[in-house]
Design a protein around this ligand. Sequence first.
Ligand code: IMP
Ligand code: MG
Length: 179
Amino acid sequence: MNKDIEKIIISEEDIKTRVEQLGRRITEDFKGKNLLLLCILKGSVVFFGDLMRKIDLPCEIDFIKASSYGDYTQSSGIVKLQYDVSTDISKYDILVIEDIYESGNTLKSLMTYLEAHNPKSLSLCLLFIKDCKHDAAFKPDYFGFNVPNEFVVGYGLDYAQKYRNLPYVGVLKEEIYNK
Ligand code: IMP
Ligand code: MG
């Protein structure tokens, strides 16, 4: 897989350090709360697994699947959410764990959906924010890195469902997209 990568944007080591810092801050902030960590599938799964083990608090975990129809590198703006509706959201202080923010469509749909179910509190932990135009009002509670306005893969992020298992974040070689 490494041979398909043009350049590394964020190293495995830098991600690890940042995830540890985020875990410590979340541990401080959610003491005494009924914390539910909500993983947005599939892209956040790697971050989620690492981050939850750096949070030193009793908590529950849950998963929601968000997908947008579109081609491989461009989102269509239409977001589909799949969730187990048996979870009583109103019991929890929810921390949403998301991989990357680009247009904001995914998070807008998701946060609107969650707010409508009256959680005790709703917070957002975002690992990557793409360096492009976004809503000025947008502000995550916890945040990892800015990434350049390029299509990136690794650490959960895919191209055509592949490369999620790379331990770092990088940009693919041009020839991969033209295959
Ligand atoms: P948004 O809805 O435009 O904010 O896009 C967010 C979703 O698109 C993320 O949850 C990712 O699944 C996907 N995405 C956005 N940018 C990238 C990228 O550079 N690489 C891989 N997936 C991306
Ligand atoms: Mg995603």
